[in-house]
Design a protein around this ligand. Sequence first.
Ligand SMILES: NC(=O)c1ccc[n+]([C@@H]2O[C@H](COP(=O)([O-])OP(=O)(O)OC[C@H]3O[C@@H](n4cnc5c(N)ncnc54)[C@H](O)[C@@H]3O)[C@@H](O)[C@H]2O)c1
Length: 324
Amino acid sequence: MEQTTVQTNSLNKENLNILITDPVADVMLNTLKEKGFHVDYQPEISKEELMKVIENYDIIVVRSRTRVTRDIIERGKRLKIIARAGIGLDNIDTDAAQERGIKIVYAPGASTDSAVELTIGLMITGARKMYTSMTLAKSGIFKKIEGLELAGKTLGIIGFGRIGTKVGIIAKAMGMRVLAYDIMDIKDRATQLGIIPVTLEELLKQSDVISLHVTVGKNAKPILDEKAFEIMKDNVIIVNTSRAVAVDGQALLKYIKSGKVYAYAADVLWHEPPKEEWELELLKHERVTITTHIGAQTKEAQYRVAVTTTENLLNAIKELGVQF
Ligand SMILES: NC(=O)c1ccc[n+]([C@@H]2O[C@H](COP(=O)([O-])OP(=O)(O)OC[C@H]3O[C@@H](n4cnc5c(N)ncnc54)[C@H](O)[C@@H]3O)[C@@H](O)[C@H]2O)c1
């Protein structure tokens, strides 16, 4: 479809309308107001109401609740910027925005440290069966549970970006041998960090622990599919704080049940909340630990997300030629 350029003539601070449709941190709201922008804060607006009012706004600011779908973008004739106070764009129709020449700003990387720390926590939880042990302790049963040690084991990182790289550095400090695979050329960067770049097949064959840190679309084909499970080592621990679709859930259930997969520890599900029968069965399995997508949910990460998104939004407003 042909790209149409947004009209930016005669835009100024007084006639630029900003609509915030999800709860955002005070720092964002206050900064926009202090700069003198006209901001409507409607953190619980329904889709129907949004459809009615969107044509009055130049900028929409969302977190994860509001879905900025094609119909909203098409109805929003004045829209010039979509700001997502977050690290991903899953809830925005980026194709529809691009076709209209609407700029999207967000805060990739703002929650990297929080996601890295959760990943290491999940890795240890899986290896030491901490969830089972804690559940027993809480029910008054003080029984010893044997797990696995991570030092001396091989960790395979799939997706050697911001989070994957930091997880690798920490794992090395824990005494692990670290392999990494990415679709990009990571050879020099990995080698400099003492991390071994490998093919996916080598990683699957050699790893005692596999940790996924890929950016993949909602409909991507799983990286850990039936064939991948077949060539993995026995007793492999799998950690996933990236996207559930990177793993074939039904194949995972099969290999968890057979005992080949020692533990699966993840922060993401195929459906959040879960709905498929196989997904619920997997979730209930004692060697499966799932957290409720809390990778970015720390005070520090949420503050950085708000500050970075606000800075990026203000820069985008300046690019429209608006003085403030
Ligand atoms: N659980 C959470 O709350 C939480 C928090 C932060 C990030 N995340 C997710 O973690 C993932 C990684 O984030 P990041 O900031 O490190 O991203 P990033 O873009 O820095 O790194 C992702 C890496 O994955 C690689 N990649 C993409 N497809 C691949 C494939 N098929 N095989 C191998 N490598 C592939 C890319 O080349 C890139 O190097 C993302 O999916 C992100 O959404 C989740």
